[in-house]
Design a protein around this ligand. Structure first.
Ligand code: HEM
Length: 201
């Protein structure tokens, strides 16, 4: 018969079977970004004030993430997940052979996608604020951005929004493929901040 003591989980095993990867700020950043992007996308041309304010929230989140990419925790830093283009290509090729290397933080393709998402979001919010400035509102009023031709900026804003949808589809597909390949739930990791420790890590 087992005693109560024997039924307790081994604290060492419990502690070492997962590892903290995403700090709370990265996780709050991610899910707030998902929420504000959804609000901004759905409210476009429908509820203007909601569209503009969710756009400002996205701009602030991107600004925060750039700073956190320099001074943040280990796997949040750009230096941890920006790889040479040749490494990204090698990683993508290795996906097809089913022998892709496991990374604790972002893998090389995931890292490149993060940079693409942040860059397009920065341009998207900048073009939106330029449009608002042309109409006399927002932080860019009175700057060079307010003088840009409205038709061109409007077109650019729309193209960038569509590009974001394209990237998001690729991002979510990448997350799912990587989760299946390495038998780990990356969505859960972005909620709890922890990933299972792989052999040899
Ligand atoms: C419901 C849909 C989404 C899911 C399930 C999802 C899931 C994830 C996961 C699991 C990661 C971590 C990937 C890894 O472990 O390497 C991640 C990272 C990221 N995702 Fe998403 N994502 C979603 C939507 C979005 C959207 C809509 C955006 C942009 C508007 C976005 C932008 C990002 C960014 C920028 C990162 C990097 C996080 C960081 O390092 O700060 N995601 N996402």
């Amino acid at each position: 018969m087992q005693t109560t003591l024997e039924k307790q989980p081994d604290p060492v095993v419990a502690e070492t079977s997962t590892v903290r990867v995403w700090d709370p700020l990265v996780r709050i950043f991610h899910w707030s970004l998902v929420a504000f992007f959804t609000i901004a996308y759905v409210s476009a041309e429908e509820i203007q004030f909601l569209h503009e304010w969710s756009g400002y929230a996205i701009a602030a989140l991107v600004g925060f993430r750039v700073i956190w990419g320099v001074i943040g925790t280990r796997h949040a830093r750009f230096i941890d997940f920006i790889y040479r283009p040749s490494t990204v290509i090698e990683y993508l090729k290795s996906l097809f052979s089913g022998r892709a290397k496991h990374y604790r933080g972002h893998n090389p393709a995931g890292g490149a996608m993060v940079i693409a998402l942040l860059s397009v979001l920065a341009l998207l919010t900048l073009s939106g604020m330029s449009l608002a400035a042309g109409e006399g509102s927002g932080p860019l009023v009175g700057t060079w951005f307010a003088t840009l031709p409205e038709g061109f900026i409007e077109e650019l804003h729309e193209v960038l929004a569509n590009l974001m949808i394209f990237l998001i589809v690729g991002h979510v597909a990448g997350v799912l493929v990587s989760s299946l390949l390495h038998r780990e739930n990356l969505v859960r990791a972005m909620i709890t901040g922890r990933k299972p420790v792989k052999e040899g890590e």
